[in-house]
Write a new protein. Structure first.
Length: 315
């Protein structure tokens, strides 16, 4: 019974941040711009790095990690709601629940949300797209794993695979100086005790206090279960160090890759509401084939020649 209770508690956090933005997104979809103070309070329930440290500009983590924002229809206002990882110059990974809950709540497809989404490159968290230290890039494509369902995060169990992942395509290359992380493809490297670096722009103090981060932050953790379920692994929360709301979609890098080029092992999925027990990450090796196929599909769309039609005949 204790395990079931813990699972139910953990399953909540993956949805907190995204569901906290739903009212905001509904207004955005309708072309309205709500007061940012109310937006910020809504986002307090959302996933961040607790008991971590600020990422320095010299840290390799800063060159592969980005933030996901919603752009208001008028003006320069933006609101951060998830984290993402650069894996190619125009490709990033994030959590499927970051996009799907937003789209479903408004009755829109994920593709309909693309004009309202921005990827931000920079250490600082901001509320305006004109922030000089942050480079905002629009999206061209976004796709959530077709087998992911939001209700899978409620009552998650260790037998059911949860492919909580999405792939984003930028409208242009990531800014100069940003370096794509390499995807881990060998699941054998995800063993109990393997050291990871987690990074994100989320909460630095868990609810009910819920303190927002002002910048990209990181922590070091160790894998607890390499197979939490067929598609995910969990990490050990030690001395209160954990991902939290707003970090959803962010990276788990192999710690031993920091000196030779970051290797992406996982994508932040869900955890307990207080960010104090276990955290669960979607396994990149388990999702690598789907990610590859998705990127190829994006490339095929880009390279497809337009079909010209005149007088009912294909030219």
């Amino acid at each position: 019974m204790k395990t079931q209770t813990t699972l139910k508690q953990k399953s909540v956090r993956g949805l907190q941040l995204t569901l906290g933005t739903l009212a905001t997104i509904s207004l955005i979809a309708c072309g309205q711009a709500p007061n940012l103070s109310s937006v910020n309070s809504e986002l307090m329930d959302g996933q961040g790095i607790v008991n971590g440290s600020a990422v320095e500009e010299s840290d390799v983590v800063s060159r592969s990690t980005a933030a996901l924002y919603l752009k208001f229809p008028q003006g320069d206002r933006v609101v951060q709601f998830c984290t993402a990882t650069l894996i190619e110059k125009r490709i990033l990974t994030t959590a499927g629940h970051c996009l799907l809950a937003v789209a479903q709540s408004t009755g829109m497809e994920v593709s309909d949300m693309i004009p309202h989404l921005r990827v931000a490159f920079g250490l600082k968290k901001t509320v305006v797209s004109t922030e000089e230290s942050v480079k905002f890039v629009a999206l061209k494509n976004a796709l959530v794993h077709p087998e992911f369902r939001l209700d899978a995060l409620i009552g998650a169990n260790e037998q059911t695979a949860i492919p909580d992942i999405a792939v984003l395509q930028l409208s242009e290359d990531a800014p100069e100086g940003y370096v794509p992380a390499t995807m881990l493809r060998d699941e054998a490297q995800l063993q109990e005790g393997t050291e990871l670096i987690l990074a994100g722009y989320g909460l630095t103090q868990a609810p009910p206090v819920a303190k927002q981060a002002e910048e990209l932050r990181r922590i070091d953790v160790k894998i607890l279960k390499s197979k939490y379920n067929p598609a995910q692994f969990s990490y050990e929360v030690s001395e209160g160090r954990s991902a939290c709301s707003g970090d959803s979609g962010g990276p788990a890098y192999l710690a031993n890759s920091a000196g030779t080029g970051l290797i992406l092992a996982g994508v932040t999925s869900f955890g307990d509401r207080q960010c104090s027990n276990l955290g669960v990450y979607t396994s990149v090796p388990a999702m690598a084939t789907w990610i590859d196929e998705t990127v190829k599909g994006f490339d095929a769309q880009e390279n497809q020649q337009p079909t010209l039609v005149a007088h009912g005949q294909i030219l």
